[in-house]
Design a protein around this ligand. Sequence first.
Ligand code: LLP
Length: 452
Amino acid sequence: MADFSGPTPGAEPDAAALIAARPHLNMDPAQGLMLEGVALVDIAAALGSPTWVYGAGTIRARFRQLRAALADVGLGATQIHYAVKANDHLAILALLAAEGAGADVVSGGELARARHAGIAAGHIVYSGVGKSARDLRHAVSEGIGQINVESREELAMLSAIAEPAGRPVDLVLRVNPDVDAETHAKITTGLAENKFGIAWDEVESVYAYAASLPGLNPLGLAMHIGSQIVSVGPFDAAFARMADMVFRLRAAGHTVARLDCGGGIGISYEAGQGISVADYATVMARHLGALGLQLMMEPGRWLVGPAGVLLSSVVLAKKTGNGSFLVLDAAMNDLVRPAMYDAWHGIVPVAAADVAAPAVPVDVVGPVCETGDTFARGRLLPPLAPDALVAILDAGAYGAVMSSTYNARPLAAAALVDGNRWAAITPRQEVSALWSREVIPAWLAIADETGA
Ligand code: LLP
């Protein structure tokens, strides 16, 4: 099993290398760390910390880079449905929609969000292993573009909903190609033992079943083998299998017009990881380019991950008998990836003078009452005083969306930078909002002074 724990301490890229590898970051000698054209210190001064900061220009540039890579190999007609789960902020959905992206959603909530952000129902595909009858009714009544069906059981449920609606529902079957994505076990989705998709040797019979049911219009196949895939090998293997399945289904007389290639393109959290989208597109074209298919993909992390940082302040630097800890005001409830997957995220001081100072190893932790609330172990950072700002890098995907309010910590604020301008896009949650949905039953209510 691969893990995300990163390079051995000491071999890690330093702050200057991390900044240099990210075109949207820049260390200004006077203003400190800039994201696109905005000083992060200005955002912290206005909104406090912890605060998510996303670069709109960066997301747009990445979307265009992906489009161009596809066009360069003759796949310019590929439809890109942004995987909303990576970062579902309305502003991000709106900006990607303006670039021409549709949406890949996995819940009624994500469907409603995508619609609210202005994405046409016809440009939305609905994935997910556990869509309920209610979810499917919602999707059908919205006029969803495509449903990626994951089981025989779901087909029967969908047919029963679609038939009375009187308009056949376009669907593809998500197959499980049984390919090892060579990523973290918790985000591998395309192995036979995983819960996702239709088992490889059942695909032909399930396709025939789909074609036999009223109200359904089976148009092709979908796959998703995992996330944060850092070499093209697994895609190479999976696309080859999918092409083979397209031939087999067509030979059996089925229409196979669409193929949804999933997401999963890894990014470089450290140095030298990640896949070039040009290499990815080349592999896609080699296996799938000549099959006369409407190709689709549903990337999340690659589009938005590198474009975001979590801006945090130092609470204090603490020395104990055995350790040296830098306690931040951000915690695992904000960014859970290090605690959940041992994920490695770059951490960079925001002040130029701090970046220039000699670095010493320190454990970077949050204030939550769990040892797992650790962002990095033995990370080389300069000594940082209380209130010094740091940016936790590559936090644009699977960051804010996975936040909780554990330890009664309100959800962080968020800002969107776009070139030289920026706007607050989410205010910090009020503490009182933490209990605003809670009710104390009358029989537990504390008696007032009169004893009534
Ligand atoms: N489509 C489907 C059906 C998916 O399950 C996923 C991600 C995507 C698309 C988008 O994949 P991406 O391009 O972002 O790799 N929370 C984890 C990642 C979980 C990904 C789950 N599925 C993390 O923080 O690493």
